[in-house]
Ligand binder design. Structure first.
Ligand code: ZN
Length: 215
């Protein structure tokens, strides 16, 4: 099925063919945003077609791990009764309660031992869409000498968008893997608008195949 954002965002031709400048190298890191079971089909807050992002994201994960480049994985890690849950007056069904099966990373997502896990929205009273919000991710990227951040995961119009906005604000150059993100689209077009905003921020869009052979 054709997704709305495909028709509304024009990618530069360079994003569609292999590009040596997109090869992960020293100074690059990968951020996998909230690739958790509750955001995947069958989960408590499933992103439609969210599972299509898993193979390309895992290919990127393997590539970065093979090259011993830094990998970070953010996760919603809510206490029970979190303020974002409907029962507490928030917008979302209960999801990603710390330590539950729904909060676990996607099946097959084997993080290297050195990977940084970034838990966010861990306090009842505050939510966090960005992987940088209330976490030490920015510091850890700085300490690792990261200049360019490759971003994949869920969801385009929430945690991916907000993480990208914060990464750009920190001065990082950002590559978003177009086929390794998916939108919630609570309002139709949210995903497309999120991509538009990222484009305005100067983000580079790429298909995972341009980075990760065999994706
Ligand atoms: Zn959440």
């Amino acid at each position: 099925m054709l997704e709305p954002e495909v028709t509304t965002v024009v990618l530069p031709p360079s994003a569609l063919s292999p590009d040596r400048s997109l090869q992960p190298r020293a100074g690059d890191a990968l951020l996998l945003v909230d690739m958790q079971r509750d955001f995947l089909p069958g989960g408590a807050l499933a992103v439609r077609d969210g599972d299509r992002v898993v193979p390309p994201a895992l290919c990127l994960l393997n590539l970065f791990a093979e090259r011993s480049l830094p990998v970070f994985a953010s996760r919603d890690w809510h206490p029970a009764g979190h303020s974002s849950f409907r029962e507490q007056g928030g917008p979302w069904p209960a999801h990603c309660v710390a330590g539950t099966a729904g909060a676990a990373f996607a099946d097959g997502m084997h993080l290297p031992a050195a990977a940084g896990i970034v838990s966010k929205a861990t306090r009842v009273e505050s939510d966090a869409y960005s992987a940088f919000d209330g976490t030490d991710l920015g510091k850890r990227l700085g300490a690792a000498g990261v200049k360019r951040l490759f971003v994949a995961g869920l969801a385009t119009d929430y945690c991916v968008l907000h993480s990208v906005v914060d990464a750009v604000a920190l001065g990082l150059s950002v590559v978003v893997l177009r086929d390794a993100i998916a939108a919630v689209d609570v309002r139709e077009g949210d995903g497309a608008r999120a991509l538009q905003r990222m484009q305005e921020l100067g983000v580079t869009f790429a298909e995972s195949a341009a980075v990760c052979s065999g994706a």
